[in-house]
Design a protein. Structure first.
Length: 301
């Protein structure tokens, strides 16, 4: 299974580029794939970092092994980011609903991670369709709601299934609940990206400390292994147990590779071979390999 992209989303009102650099280093140590922080040029809430800082922060992110995701909060910030070499663009919901923002984003050809935010389904469908029309880069939409706390019973994780089918894109989840259970469950449902708000020194009910984020990252990595491939494969331990407990088809006499198998070539014996219920799949077909008398007939997928 492809590894989940895990975004640490800084919610603090950080005060300097140095603090942003420290956040990037912490995010890397705590298992994040990417570090997101708000980039805003509006007078009422300007970011302490500007376009000149982004390149240096990107280099710090590359050194530490994470992606830098400055989240543009207005069109000017987005326009500036589109001129820089950020690896992908990370859009809040209100820009996903803005045609001018979509045009700027699509023109870069870069992958897009966009929060569904407060957009309605018709708006999301229109945005995805417009991006496709503009031949934009690959789109991932994160099921999300308000930027503030979201009660766990309003997380609506199953909406990811609707988003994936309706928008024909990758999906993920931006978790604004108080705990980590929804984020972990989202991976099991199919989230390719999980975003969780974090804080350095100004905790909010829906944010994690960096230490708590490290615990979430470890849990999601473990879950990724447990989810497996999606195929019904038997592991070596299963095959050993099956050989002791299952009765199945075996070779009644020598069978050469490529030989057309007949019913007289087969018998039923202990050893964990193919179930007799599936004998028809083997009879009249070429043998996949040589069989000595008593060899169990191979399992088929």
């Amino acid at each position: 299974m492809k590894s989940t992209v895990l975004i640490a989303d800084l919610q603090d009102r950080y005060h300097s580029a140095a603090q942003a650099q420290e956040f990037i280093r912490l995010a890397a140590r705590c298992g994040a794939t990417a570090a997101s922080l708000r980039f805003c040029t509006q007078q009422q809430a300007p970011s302490p970092i500007g376009a000149p800082h982004i390149a240096a922060l990107g280099e710090e992110a590359e050194r530490t092994g994470v992606l830098l995701l400055p989240t543009p909060w207005d069109l000017t910030a987005l326009s500036q980011l589109c001129q820089l070499s950020v690896p992908l663009l990370h859009l809040p919901g209100h820009l996903l609903a803005d045609p001018q923002a979509l045009e700027l984003t699509a023109a870069t050809g870069r992958p897009i991670i966009a929060m569904a935010g407060l957009c309605t389904m018709p708006e999301l469908k229109a945005a995805a369709s417009y991006l496709k029309q503009l031949q934009a880069g690959p789109l991932t939409v994160l099921q999300s709601g308000s930027q503030g706390e979201v009660p766990a019973d309003r997380a609506n994780l199953r909406a990811m299934v609707l988003l994936k089918g309706s928008l024909q894109c990758s999906v993920g989840y931006a978790d604004h609940t108080r705990s980590i259970e929804a984020a972990i469950a989202a991976v099991a449902i199919g989230a390719e990206v999980v975003q969780k708000p974090v804080h350095l020194d100004s905790p909010l009910p829906h944010t994690l400390s960096m230490e708590e984020f490290a615990g979430l990252a470890a849990a999601i990595r473990r879950l990724g292994g447990a989810l497996g491939t999606g195929r019904r494969d038997l592991i070596e331990q299963d095959l050993i147990e099956r050989s002791r407990t299952y009765t199945g088809l075996a070779a009644a006499r020598p069978i050469a590779a490529g030989q057309t198998v007949t019913a007289d070539d087969l018998c039923v014996a202990a050893g964990g071979g193919l179930s007799p219920l599936l004998a028809a799949a083997f009879i009249s077909a070429p043998a996949p390999r040589d069989y000595a008398p008593g060899d169990p007939i191979d399992l088929i997928s």
